[in-house]
Design a protein around this ligand. Structure first.
Ligand SMILES: Nc1ncnc2c1ncn2[C@@H]1O[C@H](COP(=O)(O)OP(=O)(O)OP(=O)(O)O)[C@@H](O)[C@H]1O
Ligand SMILES: [Mg+2]
Length: 264
C-alpha cells in the first residue's frame, strides 16, 4: 500500500539544484536508507517528506490520516524544559494538556489541576500519561531532568523517544546515531529491525544501516535512483554502476582528445 508518492518533485536553493524531477513511492513496511554525499540534499528531501518545506515543482501525496514523526539532524538549542514535557509534546495537543496538569500538581495548584483533570477524563486520555512514563523508562530517561543539561547523545535519545511516542505510521530519522555510544546504537538497531512501521533513515553508519533497511534511495546530483534490495546488494550494484560510468567517461575523454587532435 503506497503511503507517500513523489511525482516529479524538484527543488533548488539559489543556483544549486537539490532535487530534479524526483519520482518514487514509499510503501507500508518499507525500511529505506536515504544515501547521498555530504550536502547532496538528504535532509532537505526528508524535510519535504515531513511536510516542513514545499518543493518548487511536482506533487507530494501522503495517504490520508498517516502520522509522520521526524527526528531532525540538528538538536534543539537552549531548551530548558524537562524530559517529561519534551517527550509529551510529541503527542501533540493532548501531550501539552498533560504537561500543564503535571506542572499544576507539582506546584500544589490542585484547584486548577482539577479543571484540567476533567478535560483529560472527558477525552479519555489518562492512557497517554502511562504511555509517556513507559517510553521514558524504555529510554532510561528521568522525567525531571532538564534537557539542556544532557550530552548530545542523550539529547538525541530524548528526541527519539519524542518521535516514537505517537506510534507513527512513517518514521523519518536523520542521523539518529550521532554522538550515541555503541550500546545505545546496537539497542536502537535492534529496535528498528523489529519496528513494524515504515521507516526512512539517513545515517553515515553503514553497519547500522545494513542491519535495518530493505530498500535504498540513492540521491546523486539531484537524481533519485531506487534500489529495491538490501544495503549490501546496493553497494555492489552502485560500485558496478560507478565503474561503468568511469569507463564511459574515459572513453568519452579519449574520443574528445582524438577529435581535438584531428581539428588541430
Ligand atoms: N534553507 C536553505 N537555504 C539555502 N540552502 C540550503 C538550505 N538548506 C540546505 N541548503 C543547502 O542545500 C544543500 C543540501 O543540504 P542538506 O542539508 O539537505 O544536505 P545533506 O545531504 O543532508 O548534507 P549532510 O550530509 O551534511 O547532512 C547544501 O548545499 C546546503 O547548504
Ligand atoms: Mg543532512
Amino acid at each position: 500500500m503506497p503511503l507517500i508518492t513523489l511525482d516529479n518533485i524538484s527543488l533548488s536553493f539559489s543556483d544549486k539544484q537539490i532535487l530534479n524531477k524526483v519520482n518514487s513511492t514509499i510503501y507500508k513496511g518499507d525500511k529505506i536508507a536515504l544515501i547521498g554525499r555530504n550536502g547532496e540534499g538528504k535532509s532537505t528531501f526528508m524535510r519535504i517528506l515531513a511536510g516542513l518545506i514545499e518543493s518548487d515543482d511536482g506533487k507530494l501525496n501522503i495517504k490520508n490520516g498517516s502520522k509522520i514523526s521526524y527526528l531532525k539532524q540538528t538538536l534543539p538549542q537552549n531548551n530548558d524544559k524537562n524530559l517529561f514535557d519534551i517527550v509529551a509534546e510529541g503527542l501533540g495537543e493532548i501531550g501539552i494538556i498533560l504537561t500543564q496538569y503535571q506542572h499544576l500538581i507539582n506546584d500544589g495548584k490542585l484547584e486548577q489541576a482539577n479543571k484540567i483533570q476533567e478535560k483529560i477524563d472527558q477525552s479519555n486520555s489518562w492512557q497517554y500519561l502511562y504511555k509517556i512514563q513507559t517510553i521514558l523508562n524504555r529510554f532510561t530517561l528521568n522525567a525531571n531532568t532538564i534537557f539542556s543539561t544532557l550530552s548530545s547523545g542523550w539529547k538525541r535519545r530524548v528526541m527519539l523517544a519524542r518521535a516514537l511516542i505517537q506510534n507513527p505510521d512513517i518514521l523519518l530519522l536523520d542521523e539518529p546515531t550521532n554522538h550515541m555510544d555503541i550500546i545505545t546504537i546496537l539497542n536502537l538497531e535492534r529496535m528498528l529491525k523489529n519496528y513494524n512501521g515504515t521507516l526512512v533513515l539517513i545515517s553515515h553508519d553503514r553497519s547500522f544501516i545494513k542491519g535495518i533497511v530493505n530498500r535504498v534511495f540513492d540521491l546523486d546530483r539531484g537524481s533519485l535512483v531506487v534500489f529495491n534490495c538490501s544495503y549490501v546488494n546496493y553497494v555492489k550494484r552502485k560500485n558496478i554502476q560507478l565503474h561503468t560510468e568511469k569507463i564511459a567517461n574515459a572513453r568519452f575523454d579519449k574520443k574528445l582528445a582524438q577529435e581535438e587532435n584531428w581539428i588541430r
